[in-house]
Write a protein that binds this ligand. Structure first.
Ligand code: PLP
Length: 384
C-alpha cells in the first residue's frame, strides 16, 4: 500500500479508514465463540484496500488467520514480516508452485487426490523438513474447487497416508449464503457434516473445520465450526440486505477526487464523448480528475451522483478514462481544487459501494476490487 501523509498532491485517491477496519474486526470477533478463529480474507489486495495494512490491522484486533487467492498475494504478506498462518484459497499444480508455497510457509488448499500426489512428489524432490500443513477442499454444492463430498473419505485417507503432508484443515464453500432462503446452505452444511463424520469414523484427525464466508458468519452460528473466513464484512459492507441487523459494520473505503476545472457552457451545448448529455439551459460544469481507468465504471455515466460540500451533485455525460464532469448549477461558486466524494460520507449523506452495485446490477465486492492501483491508498483514522 502506497502510504502518503496527505492527499494534498493527488488528483484522486482512496482513503482507508483503519479505525473502521479495527471496529469491524472487533465486532466480528465478539460475535464468535472464543474457540472459533477469525480469518481475515485479504485476497485481491484486500478487496482493493491494501493487503499489508489491512492484514496488520486485522491481526492486531483479533484475527489470527489470513486468506489469499494467489501465491504472490501470500508472499507479499510474508515479505512485509507477517507471520500469521496464511491459507492459499486457490488451486496450485506445478512443482514450482509447491516450492514457492513451502518457501513462503503458506498453507495450500488441496482440491483433488491428483493435486495431493503432485505435492507429495514435489516435496520429496526438495529438502523440506517435516510435513507441509494442507487444507482439504470439499465441494458440497458450489461446483467450484474441491473433491465431491461423496468422495471425501478416500481423499482424506490418501492425504493422511502421505508422510510429507499433514491435514491442518478441511473446508468447503457455500453458494447461497447471502440468500434469505437457507435451503441450499442447509443442504451444503449437512453434506459437509456427513463427509466429516465419515472422515472421523475412518480414524483421521481433523484439526480445523471451516465453512462460513461473511454472509454465513453473520447468518448462523451453527456454520462457524472452528474458523470463519471473512472478507466483505471486514471492509464494512453487508453481504445482503437481510443481514444488516446482525452486527454494526462501518465502511472502510472512501473514494475522493479533486475538481480540476470549473466553467459555464451555454444552453444547447453537448458534454463529453458522444454528447450523451445536452445542456437544456446555461450550465455550470465542473471537471473532476478521476475516470474509468481509476475504477469508476463507465456504465455509471449520467447515472451517478457525487457529494460536494455535503450536497448531491449529478454526474453528466460519458465518464472518460481520466476525468468526469458534474453539473454544479446548485453550487456555482465551487472552486478548482475542491474535493469531491465519489464513495463515502459527507455530513449526514453517504454514497456506498452498494449504491453503485445496485445501479450497475452487480455486487459490492466487484466495486471495491475495481479501484486501480494508480489511485494511492491513503490511511486515515490511524491506530496508535
Ligand atoms: C473470497 C472467499 C471468502 C470471503 O468471502 P466474503 O463473502 O467476502 O466474506 C471466503 N472463502 C473463500 C473460499 C473465498 O474464496
Amino acid at each position: 500500500m502506497v502510504k502518503l501523509n496527505c492527499s494534498a498532491t493527488q488528483r484522486a485517491w482512496v482513503e482507508i479508514d483503519l479505525a473502521a477496519v479495527a471496529h469491524n474486526v472487533r465486532q466480528l470477533r465478539q460475535s464468535l465463540a472464543p474457540t472459533t478463529a477469525l480469518m481475515a480474507v485479504v485476497k485481491a489486495d484486500a478487496y482493493g484496500h491494501g493487503a499489508v495494512t489491512i492484514a496488520q490491522t486485522a491481526l492486531q484486533q483479533g484475527a489470527t488467520w489470513l486468506g489469499v487467492a494467489t501465491i504472490m498475494e501470500g508472499l507479499e504478506l510474508r515479505e512485509a514480516g507477517i507471520e500469521a498462518p496464511i491459507l492459499l484459497l486457490g488451486g496450485t499444480y506445478t512443482h514450482e508452485q509447491v516450492r514457492a508455497i513451502a518457501g513462503g510457509a503458506l498453507q495450500p488448499t488441496l482440491c483433488s487426490p491428483k493435486q495431493a500426489l503432485i505435492f507429495a512428489e514435489a516435496l520429496e524432490a526438495m529438502p523440506y523438513p517435516g510435513a507441509l500443513p494442507v487444507h482439504l477442499k470439499l465441494d458440497t454444492g458450489m461446483s467450484r474447487l474441491g473433491t465431491s463430498w461423496t468422495e471425501a473419505v478416500e481423499f482424506a485417507r490418501l492425504v493422511d497416508c502421505i508422510p510429507n503432508l499433514q491435514i491442518a484443515g478441511i473446508y468447503s464453500h457455500l453458494a447461497t449464503a447471502d440468500s434469505p432462503d437457507p435451503t441450499v446452505m442447509g443442504l451444503q452444511q449437512s453434506r459437509f457434516d456427513q463427509a466429516i463424520g465419515q472422515i472421523r469414523a475412518a480414524g483421521i484427525a481433523v484439526p480445523c473445520l471451516h465453512l462460513a464466508n461473511s454472509a454465513a458468519a453473520l447468518a448462523d452460528h451453527a456454520l462457524h465450526y472452528d474458523m470463519v473466513r471473512v472478507g466483505l464484512a471486514v471492509y464494512g459492507l453487508y453481504p445482503a440486505v437481510h443481514l444488516r441487523g446482525t452486527i454494526e459494520l462501518r465502511p472502510v473505503m472512501q473514494v475522493k477526487a479533486r475538481i480540476t476545472q470549473v466553467k459555464t457552457i451555454p444552453a444547447g451545448m453537448g458534454v463529453s464523448y458522444g454528447y450523451r448529455f445536452m445542456a437544456d439551459r446555461e450550465t455550470r460544469l465542473a471537471v473532476v480528475g478521476i475516470g474509468y481507468a481509476d475504477g469508476v465504471p463507465r456504465n455509471l455515466s449520467g447515472q451517478m451522483t457525487v457529494l460536494v460540500r455535503g450536497q448531491r451533485i449529478p454526474q453528466i455525460g460519458a465518464i472518460t478514462m481520466d476525468q468526469l464532469m458534474l453539473d454544479v448549477n446548485q453550487i456555482p461558486d465551487v472552486q478548482e481544487g475542491e474535493v469531491v466524494t465519489l464513495l463515502g460520507q459527507e455530513g449526514h449523506d453517504r454514497i456506498s459501494a452498494d449504491d453503485w452495485a445496485n445501479n450497475l446490477g452487480t455486487i459490492s465486492w466487484e466495486i471495491l476490487c475495481g479501484f486501480k492501483h494508480r489511485l494511492p491508498r491513503v490511511a486515515i483514522g490511524e491506530l496508535s
